[in-house]
Design a protein around this ligand. Structure first.
Ligand code: ARG
Ligand code: ZN
Length: 871
C-alpha cells in the first residue's frame, strides 16, 4: 500500500512509557512489554481505537492483557496484516504483551537479528514492529524506563541497551541479566539492544559544562585494535558540536557497537550507536585514507544526530530530511573543519553529482520531502541525504553562519523533546533572522536538478550578469548564487565573493565601477545544487582555462579544470579532440602536475582526476556507457603519454618525500598518497605495447610491494587488476598475495572482491560469476554483496551489449529479495535507469525489470523500485 504525506493524522493515544524484557535463548526470544497509554490531547479525530504496528511474519503474539485482564480477539482487539487494533483503551491503561521472535532466522537485518557472536537491533525506519506490537511511528515519543535483557552469561557476556545501566546480576543456571533506563523520551526507531561476546575500548570526555562521560566502542575481540580512530573521531565530534553549535552530550555513557552485517552505514540509537564495521574499524593496514575519512564523517554524523534527530525528531517519515539533510550538513562541516574545507567540498560535490543528480534524472526522482512511499526504506536516498544537506547549506549561505546559528538555537529552544516537521525548521530559521523564506520553501517540494544559465556583458566598467533558472517548479526558486569577479588582465580579484539572490525566472545583476573587463567565477563553493550552463550553450574555454589557473575559489578552480576535461572527453567521443581544447586541458593539467608551491596535495590530485563516467553520463540525454568509457580512456592515455616524464618525476619525488617518515593519517600525508596514486594510475594507463605492459606491471608491482598501508595497496591492486597481456602474471600474483595477506579479514576481503569486480578486462562477467561461487562470498552479508555485485553494476562491462550483465544482476536479485529486500531493492537501482540508455540496451534492461516485476513473491521494497522503473 502507498502511504501519502497529506494523510498524516496524530495518534488518538500515545504510549508515554514502556518497559521491556528480552529473554534470549538459542532459536527463540520472548519479548514481554508493558505499555503505559494515555489519550493524545492533540488528536481531534473520531476513532478512539489505537493501532499498534506488528509484523506478523516475524512476531508471534502469545499473550495480551490490559490492566491485568486478558483481552479477547474480536471484542477487545482485532488483528489485521501488519497491525493490532486496540478498542478504545481507557486513560491510564497498561497494556501487557508477550510475543515470540526468532532473531536467528531474521535475514532482513531489520528488527532483532543475530550476526556472528551477537544479537543486535536495527529499528529505523520500521524495525521495531518486527520486535513487538507498538505504535511504531516517530511521533510517539516514550520513556523506555526499564529494558531488561536476559541471556546466557558465557556466550553473551555483554548486555547493552539505550541510556544507563541501573541493575545487573546472575539468574542462576548460567544466565545473567542487565536492566537499562533511558530518561529521554524517544520514538521506537531509536530503540536498541545488543547482546553478545564483544571486546571494547574505553575513554572519557568532559563536556563544556564539566560533566564526565564514559565512552565505549565495542567490536568482535579480533577487531578491537582497529577502534582507536573511531574513539578519537568521537571525541572530536563532541568538542566540535560544543564549539560550533553550543550542543553538549546529555547522558553519562556513550556506546558504539561495530556489526558486520548491517544494511546501511550506521544508526544513531540514543546512547547506543550501531555501526557497520566498514564505517568504524580503521587501521593503516586494513583501511584506506578514504575509509579513515568516512569513519570520521560517519562517527560525527551519528553523534550529531543526538541533537538533530534524537532530541528533536521527525513527526512522520516524510520529514526524514529534517534530520538527515541537517545532520549530513553538520557532518560535512565537521569534516571540513577537521581536514580541508575545499577538499571536502570537492569530494561532496563529486558524490552529489554521481549519486543524487543521477537519481533525480531517473524514475526515483523525488523532492527532498517526498509525497508518498510504499516502503520507507526506499527513501533513505541520495536526495533526502545529500541534496537535503545542500538545502541546509543554502540556508547558511543566505543567512550567514551567525544567522544560521541563531536559527538553530531557536529551533532547539522551540522543539527540544518533540517530533516536528521541515516547516518548523524553516520557521525557526526565518523567525530568528527576520528573513522571509517563503519562496525558499519551494526547495522542499521540487524534484529534479534545476538548471541555471548565465549570460555576461561588459561595457565601460560595468559588468552585467544575467541568470535564468529552469526547474520542475512553476514558480521560481530562491537560489543563492555566489559570484566573484577576476580582472581579465591582472587576474586580481576585482569583486570578492558575493551572494546573489536569484529569485526570479530571469534576473540581471550589475557590477559597476570596474577597472577593466573581468572573468566571472559563478556558483563559488557550489552554492546551490544546480547545473550551471552558459546561455549560449558553448563553454568559453579561454575563461575556463583562466579560472583553472587563477580562480581564488578552490572549488571553482577545480571545477573549471573539470569542465575543460569534460569538453575534451565529449570531443573524443563524438569525433576527435580539437587542438584548441586539448591545449587548454594540457596547460591546466601540466600546471597542476608541476605545481611545486602548493602543499594542498589533495587539491592537486583532484584537479588531475578526470570527471567520472557517471558524472559525464549526467550531461547527455542518451548514454552510451561504452563510448563514454572509451572516450574518457582516450583522454586519460593521451595526457599520460604527454606527461609521462613529469608524472614519473612527481611520483618519484613524492616517494622520496614520504620515505623514512612515519605513517600518518593527516591532511598532508593523505594528500601526498593521493597525488602519488593518481600519478601511478596515469602511468599505468600507458600499456599499448608488450614493452609498455611490462613497464606498467613492474611499476604497479613495486608500488604494491612497498605499500606503506592499505591506501597504496589498493591503488596498486586497482591498477594491476585491469592488466592483461604481459601484465597478467603480475595481476594474478598480486591478487593472490592480497588475498593471503587479508587472512580472513572481512573488510579487506570486500576490497579484494570489489577491485576485481571493477576491473577493465574483456572476460569480466565470467570472472565475477566465478567470484560469486567463491567460498568467501555470501548474499547474506550486505557489505560482501555490495563489494562484488554492487561494484560490478558500476563497471562499464555491466552494460555490455548482449545484456548478459543485466540478466546476471536480475538472477541475483531474485535470490536476494527472499533474504533481504532492503538490499535487493537498493541494487535494483542499477536497472531502473533504462530510459537514459540507447534503445537496444534500454529495452533489454526493461525486459529484466519486467521479469522482476512478475516474480512471486516479491517484497514491497523491490516492487516499489521495479514498478517505478517500469512506469
Ligand atoms: N538514521 C541512519 C543514519 O543516517 C540510517 C538508518 C537507515 N536505515 C534504514 N533501514 N533505512 O545515520
Ligand atoms: Zn543519519
Amino acid at each position: 500500500v502507498e502511504i501519502f504525506r497529506k494523510d498524516y493524522e496524530p495518534l488518538p493515544h500515545l504510549v508515554e512509557k514502556i518497559n521491556m524484557l528480552f529473554s534470549i535463548e538459542e532459536g527463540k526470544t520472548i519479548v514481554t512489554t508493558e505499555l503505559f497509554i494515555e489519550p493524545n490531547e492533540s488528536y481531534n479525530g473520531k476513532s478512539r481505537d489505537l493501532t499498534l504496528d506488528g509484523d506478523e511474519t516475524c512476531v508471534k503474539l502469545l499473550a495480551l492483557s490490559l490492566n491485568g485482564k486478558d483481552l479477547e480477539e474480536g471484542t477487545d482487539y482485532t488483528l489485521a496484516p501488519g497491525k493490532l487494533i486496540l478498542k478504545n483503551p481507557p486513560a491510564g491503561a497498561v497494556l501487557k504483551t508477550v510475543v515470540e521472535i526468532v532473531p536467528e532466522d531474521n535475514t532482513q537485518l531489520s528488527g532483532l537479528y543475530k550476526d556472528g557472536p551477537m544479537y543486535c537491533t536495527q529499528c529505523e525506519a520500521m524495525g521495531f514492529r518486527r520486535i513487538t506490537y507498538y505504535p511504531d511511528r516517530p511521533d510517539n515519543m516514550a520513556v523506555f524506563e526499564n529494558v531488561r535483557l536476559e541471556a546466557d552469561k558465557e556466550a553473551y557476556p555483554v548486555l547493552l541497551a539505550n541510556g544507563n545501566m541501573i541493575d545487573s546480576g546472575d539468574l542462576g543456571d548460567g544466565r545473567h541479566y542487565a536492566t537499562w533506563t533511558d530518561p529521554y523520551p524517544k520514538p521506537s526507531y531509536l530503540f536498541c539492544c545488543v547482546v553478545g561476546d564483544l571486546g571494547k575500548i574505553h575513554d572519557t570526555y568532559t563536556t563544556m559544562s564539566g560533566r564526565k562521560v564514559d565512552l565505549q566502542v565495542f567490536s568482535e575481540s579480533h577487531n578491537v585494535h582497529k577502534l582507536d580512530y573511531a574513539m578519537e573521531s568521537l571525541k572530536n565530534s563532541m568538542k566540535w558540536d560544543e564549539d560550533r553549535f553550543g550542543l553538549e552530550y546529555d547522558l553519562d555513557l556513550y556506546n558504539i557497537v561495530a556489526v558486520d552485517s548491517f544494511n546501511m552505514g550506521a544508526m544513531e540509537n540514543k546512547g547506543l550507536n550501531v555501526f557497520n564495521t566498514a564505517y568504524v574499524l580503521a587501521d593503516k593496514d586494513t583501511a584506506t585514507d578514504s575509509d579513515f575519512e568516512r569513519v570520521e564523517g560517519v562517527i560525527g554524523h551519528e553523534y550529531f544526530h543526538n541533537w538533530t534527530g534524537n532530541r528533536v525528531t521527525c513527526r512522520d517519515w516524510f520529514q526524514l530530511t529534517l534530520k538527515e539533510g541537517l545532520t549530513v550538513f553538520r557532518d560535512q562541516e565537521f569534516s571540513g573543519d577537521m581536514n580541508s574545507k575545499a577538499v571536502n567540498r570537492i569530494e561532496n560535490v563529486r558524490g552529489l553529482r554521481a549519486g543524487q543528480f543521477r537519481e533525480d534524472a531517473g524514475p526515483m526522482s523525488h523532492p527532498i520531502r517526498p509525497d508518498s512511499y510504499i516502503s520507507m526504506d526506499n527513501f533513505y536516498t541520495a536526495t533526502v541525504y545529500s541534496k537535503g544537506a545542500e538545502i541546509i547549506r543554502m540556508y547558511q549561505t543566505l543567512l550567514s553562519v551567525e544567522g544560521f546559528r541563531k536559527g538553530m538555537d531557536l529551533y532547539f529552544e522551540r522543539h527540544d523533546g518533540s517530533a516536528v516537521t521541515c516547516d518548523d525548521f524553516l520557521s525557526a530559521m526565518s523567525d530568528a533572522t527576520g528573513v522571509d523564506l517563503s519562496q525558499f520553501a519551494l526547495w522542499y517540494s521540487t524534484n529534479g536538478t534545476p538548471v541555471v544559465t548565465y549570460d555576461t556583458k561588459y561595457e565601460d566598467g560595468t559588468f552585467v550578469l544575467t541568470l535564468t533558472q529552469k526547474s520542475n517548479s512553476d514558480k521560481p526558486l530562491h537560489i543563492p548564487i555566489s559570484v566573484g569577479l577576476l580582472n581579465k588582465e591582472t587576474g586580481e580579484e576585482a569583486v570578492a565573493t558575493k551572494v546573489l539572490d536569484l529569485k526570479e525566472m530571469t534576473q540581471e545583476f550589475k557590477f559597476e565601477g570596474l577597472k577593466g573587463d573581468v572573468v566571472p567565477s559563478i556558483l563559488r563553493e557550489f552554492s546551490a545544487p544546480v547545473k550551471l550552463l552558459p546561455a549560449s550553450g558553448e563553454e568559453d574555454e579561454e575563461a575556463l582555462a583562466f579560472l583553472a589557473a587563477r580562480d581564488t575559489d578552490g572549488f571553482n578552480k577545480w571545477e573549471a579544470g573539470q569542465k575543460l576535461f569534460t569538453s575534451l572527453i565529449f570531443q573524443a567521443k563524438d569525433a576527435e579532440m580539437t587542438d584548441k581544447t586539448y591545449d587548454f586541458a594540457k596547460e591546466a593539467f601540466g600546471r597542476t602536475l608541476t605545481d611545486k608551491e602548493s602543499k594542498d596535495y589533495s587539491i592537486l590530485a583532484y584537479a588531475l582526476i578526470l570527471p567520472s563516467e557517471g558524472t559525464l553520463g549526467e550531461l547527455v540525454d542518451v548514454v552510451d556507457p561504452i563510448a563514454i568509457h572509451k572516450a574518457r580512456g582516450a583522454v586519460k592515455k593521451r595526457l599520460a603519454r604527454e606527461f609521462a616524464t613529469e608524472l614519473k618525476e612527481r611520483y618519484d619525488e613524492l616517494t622520496a618525500a614520504m620515505e623514512g617518515s612515519e605513517f600518518k593519517v593527516d591532511a598532508e600525508s593523505i594528500g601526498m598518497r593521493r597525488l602519488r596514486n593518481v600519478c601511478l594510475e596515469y602511468l599505468c594507463s600507458i600499456r599499448e605495447t608488450p614493452e609498455e605492459q611490462k613497464t606498467a606491471a613492474e611499476l604497479a608491482m613495486s608500488h604494491f610491494k612497498k605499500a606503506s598501508g592499505m591506501t597504496d595497496k589498493v591503488a596498486a591492486l586497482g591498477a594491476l587488476a585491469s592488466m592483461d597481456g604481459e601484465g597478467a602474471s603480475a595481476r594474478d600474483e598480486a591478487l593472490e598475495t592480497f588475498y593471503k595477506d587479508a587472512d580472513g579479514d572481512a573488510l579487506v576481503l570486500n576490497k579484494w572482491f570489489s577491485l576485481q569486480a571493477m576491473a577493465d578486462l574483456p572476460d569480466i562477467l565470467d570472472r565475477v560469476k566465478k567470484l560469486k561461487e567463491h567460498p568467501d562470498f555470501t548474499l547474506k552479508n550486505p557489505n560482501r554483496c555490495r563489494s562484488l555485485i554492487g561494484a560490478f553494476a558500476m563497471n562499464t562491462a555491466f552494460h555490455e551489449e548482449s545484456g548478459a550483465g543485466y540478466a546476471f544482476l536480475r538472477e541475483i536479485l531474485e535470490d536476494l529479495d527472499q533474504l533481504n529486500p532492503q538490499i535487493s531493492s537498493r541494487m535494483a537501482g542499477s536497472l531502473i535507469q533504462w530510459k537514459k540508455y540507447d534503445e537496444k540496451r534500454g529495452q533489454i534492461m526493461k525486459a529484466e525489470l519486467q521479469k522482476l516485476a512478475d516474480m512471486k513473491p516479491i517484497s514491497d521494497d523491490l516492487f516499489e523500485i521495479v514498478s517505478r522503473g517500469l512506469k
